[in-house]
Design a protein around this ligand. Structure first.
Ligand code: NZQ
Ligand code: ZN
Length: 389
């Protein structure tokens, strides 16, 4: 087991009706004037917007609205939100939405006290030394941004989607009511299941010394997500399955499943290139195509680990490690297909002609090799993209 620092400071308010406490929560922290960011319209369609605004008003909280965050949130929107936040001198930022809204808030929060361009953080030219506090009301179980240290933004001018990690990216609080996810479409629900699985699974396959407890936590999270995914495809209003998916989203990306292993997410690097270049690609759907392709490329390099994954997560009984590993990967791919996820890049409209560009974005023109079961250099990344094109 590697040495690790586990820091998960977000206070979680989990369960039915918790969003109705938002006015009280903000007041208890002592904030009087806040910015509220939300997405393209779901919060208004579901009635959540009215409930949140009523609760904030009842506690005398002044609100500066900044709606319209798009999925795969953009730097331009963040620049505008920073300008408004500075001008109105808000004390904190509340995200009401999924990962895109939360990330937009995190990036805004880091940008407000910073003299330069907030893109400096996303392109690793600088690290935040301060940020406004961010809280969230989560409406979609997927990205894990509600508890993660990461914020992912797309710079449309450069066609680059970049996440950066910082303790300042940890939400102060997260309000997680699984009922708010009843209205999430089957497709986005499926994307969320895949993304949460990826956050746990990619840590699980980081090459390192044994981590028996972390392995078993990770395998349980994956098992629970498979069960919740199956239930939710049948009944989107199953509270317990929604609750499992929501808590798994947080636990998958708050650091717990990386204790003793690390937090590097290899397949995510390929997916961020994909959805940064093709911005209509939902992050989870991109991962559903890339994860099996990556696993098939890598598994022979660590057969015992892939066999363990197959036996403990997918209940594979094969005695032979190679056969078990293959059956486990096939079971994972079949589950993603059952969820209605695409199986090839072509289904996103990505042709073979785009692969060189995706490779360059992933490896930053060959400047980096990504840590993975097999280190992912230019040739490896190209082989993976080609195998699922
Ligand atoms: O924009 P609105 O109208 O709100 O609609 C959204 C959006 O179209 C809709 N939605 C959200 N809650 C809903 C709902 N529809 C009905 N009912 C509800 N309750 O769902 C669509 C997708 O929302 P989005 O926030 O984009 O999805 P997700 O939570 O999957 O976030 C994806 C973003 O997070 C990044 C991804 O790269 C992507 O940009 N990630 C962030 C991470 C982090 N900060 O730690 C880690 C992840 O690996 C990921 O990279
Ligand atoms: Zn993800």
């Amino acid at each position: 087991m590697r040495n690790f620092t586990y820091y998960t400071p977000t206070k979680v308010f989990f369960g039915k009706d918790t969003h109705k406490q938002i006015g009280q929560i903000v007041e208890d922290y002592g904030f009087r004037k806040i910015m509220v960011q939300y997405g393209k319209g779901s919060v208004k369609a579901t009635g959540l917007y009215d409930e949140v605004m009523a609760s904030l008003a009842a506690h005398g909280i002044e609100v500066v609205e900044c709606g319209g965050v798009q999925p795969n949130p953009t730097l331009d929107f963040v620049h505008e939100a920073i300008r408004i936040a500075r001008e109105t001198e808000v004390e904190m930022i509340l995200a009401v939405g999924g990962g895109s809204v939360i990330d937009s808030c995190k990036s805004t929060a880091a940008g407000v006290p910073y003299d330069g361009d907030v893109w400096d953080f996303h392109s690793y030219k600088a690290s935040p030394q301060a940020a406004l506090p961010v809280g969230c009301i989560l409406t979609l179980s997927a990205a894990g941004s509600e508890m993660s240290a990461s914020a992912v933004i797309t710079n449309e001018a450069l066609c680059q989607k970049r996440g950066f990690g910082s303790p300042f990216n940890r939400c102060l609080f997260a309000v997680c009511n699984p009922e708010l996810t009843y209205t999430v479409s089957p497709y986005q629900t499926a994307c969320g299941i895949v993304d949460s699985m990826a956050h746990t699974l990619e840590r699980y396959f980081i090459p390192c010394a044994p981590t028996d407890l972390t392995d078993r936590i990770a395998e349980s999270v994956l098992h629970a997500l498979v069960g919740a995914g199956k239930t939710l495809m049948e009944d989107p209003h199953d509270y317990e399955a929604r609750a499992t998916a929501m808590w798994a989203s947080s636990v998958s990306h708050n650091g717990l499943t990386g204790c003793g292993r690390g937090d590097a997410l290899a397949v995510h690097q390929l997916e961020h290139a994909l959805s940064g270049e093709f911005t209509a690609v939902a992050h989870g759907a991109g991962l559903a195509v890339l994860l099996p392709a990556w696993a098939r490329y890598c598994y022979r390099r660590d057969l015992p680990r892939f066999a363990q994954f197959a036996r403990r997560v997918w209940d594979v009984t094969a005695q032979d490690d190679e056969q078990a590993a293959r059956e486990g990967i096939d079971a994972m791919a079949a589950f993603f297909k059952f969820l209605g996820m695409p199986t090839t890049l072509r289904e996103f409209g990505v042709s073979a002609a785009a692969i060189d560009r995706l490779c360059a974005l992933t490896t930053r023109n060959g400047e980096r090799v990504i840590e993975s079961v097999v280190p992912l250099d230019d040739a490896a990344v190209k082989a993976i993209f080609e195998s699922c094109c």
